[in-house]
Design a protein around this ligand. Structure first.
Ligand SMILES: *[C@@H]1O[C@H](CO)[C@@H](O)[C@H](O)[C@H]1NC(C)=O
Length: 352
């Protein structure tokens, strides 16, 4: 909690009963001291972990004379989301008395818990990937104003992505779109950092959500920053979002649906693969979905299958000969000619 400098003015009458010889004395004493502010906002947890589709409560309470005051309609509670740009905040929810307003894609998904008179906790239902990030709970009452920050983390998986055109073809805006098209969002630095801590090693640089370009190396080697370097996240810095062309790191989380390899009598071209999933009341699966199925369901299938972006991949959880002998991974075959009738298909049926 922040400590504020408070001026406490204490005035009293100074009476000298023994004023035999009169000396002027101050009738007022000014104390200047550091003290607990009489109004403050606190969060019992600074980090909440959830997943896509989950419901969360971001805790926040305010304390002070006002907290139990029946005049609580004068209290304004404001939730905003912080972004990597310190000057830019995104409005989430504002409440003052009967006036309640939620913003953007939070509409219909957020409300205050209000378990007690001083509870300003925010409930978010049906979490989406974009909800990831830091939230500020601000409570304003007259001249009093305090805030606390809660971080909403999501369980998920980071995967590197490059489009059919090949490596280093995406500017920042195209990178954002490329992730969205694969049921994912562009990853944050923290998400990439956590992936690196769990062993991610990837030698192509990719955009991150703050406009920086990085790549994670756990096994230092010549072409990836040098053999005699330390493992780490290699940093290209913040680059021109329109002109810089790199790959991208995408982030996705649990899905609400069924991911599966379609049992089909023949191998398929890309167009046949798209149609085969439609015929099965599903859609051709996206790259984010194969990664999520592999990570969260341990999906394992040694059959190369088409995916929505025209790539061919297969997910291996139990490494074995001829599939992925050395590591559990989503194997990438490539972006073959779409007319090649050589692969199966992975489909996704949404439950929403
Ligand atoms: C989230 O809350 C909604 C509304 O209360 C409820 O219908 C849904 O089942 C909850 N979801 C989870 C994952 O608990």
């Amino acid at each position: 909690m922040r400590s504020l400098l408070f001026l406490v003015l204490i005035s009293f009458c100074w009476v000298d009963h023994h004023a035999a010889n009169f000396t002027p004395e101050p009738d007022r004493i000014i104390h200047i001291r550091e003290s607990e502010p009489n109004f403050f906002v606190e969060t019992e947890k600074t980090k909440i972990i959830s997943q896509r589709g989950g419901n969360v409560t971001l805790p926040c309470k305010f304390y002070g004379d006002q907290a139990s005051d029946s005049a609580s309609h004068k209290i304004r509670i404001k939730w905003t989301k912080l972004t990597s740009n310190v000057r830019k905040v995104v409005p989430v929810y504002v409440e003052m008395g009967h006036h309640k307003k939620s913003y953007g894609n939070y509409q219909g998904r957020v409300f205050l818990r209000k378990s007690t008179a001083n509870d300003a906790s925010l409930v978010i239902n049906n979490i989406i990937l974009e909800d990831y990030g830091k939230y500020k709970c601000e409570v304003i009452e007259g001249l009093e104003d305090d805030s606390a920050v809660v971080f909403l983390d999501l369980q998920g998986i980071v995967f590197p992505y490059s489009p059919p055109l090949g490596r280093y073809n995406l500017n920042f805006y195209e990178a954002q779109k490329a992730c969205l098209a694969q049921d994912a969002i562009i990853a944050s630095f923290d998400q990439l950092f956590n992936a690196w801590k769990s062993g991610m090693d990837w030698c192509n640089a990719g955009w991150l959500s703050d406009g920086s370009v990085h790549y994670p190396i756990t096994n230092p080697r010549g072409p990836c920053g040098g053999k005699n370097t330390l493992p780490g996240i290699r940093n290209y810095g913040f680059l021109n979002k329109a002109k810089g062309r790199y790959d991208v790191f995408c982030f996705t989380s649990h899905f609400n649906g069924r991911f599966y390899y379609l049992i089909h009598p023949t191998k398929l071209t890309y167009d046949e693969a798209v149609q085969a999933c439609l015929n099965d009341d599903a859609q051709i699966a996206k790259v984010g979905q194969i990664f999520a199925a592999w990570k969260f369901l341990g999906y394992d299938r040694c059959d190369a299958g088409w995916l929505a972006d025209g790539s061919v991949r297969y997910p291996i959880s139990k490494p074995r000969k001829r599939c992925s002998p050395n590591e559990a991974a989503v194997r990438f075959v490539g972006f073959p000619d779409k007319k090649d009738k050589l692969y199966g298909v992975y489909c996704f049926r949404s439950y929403e």
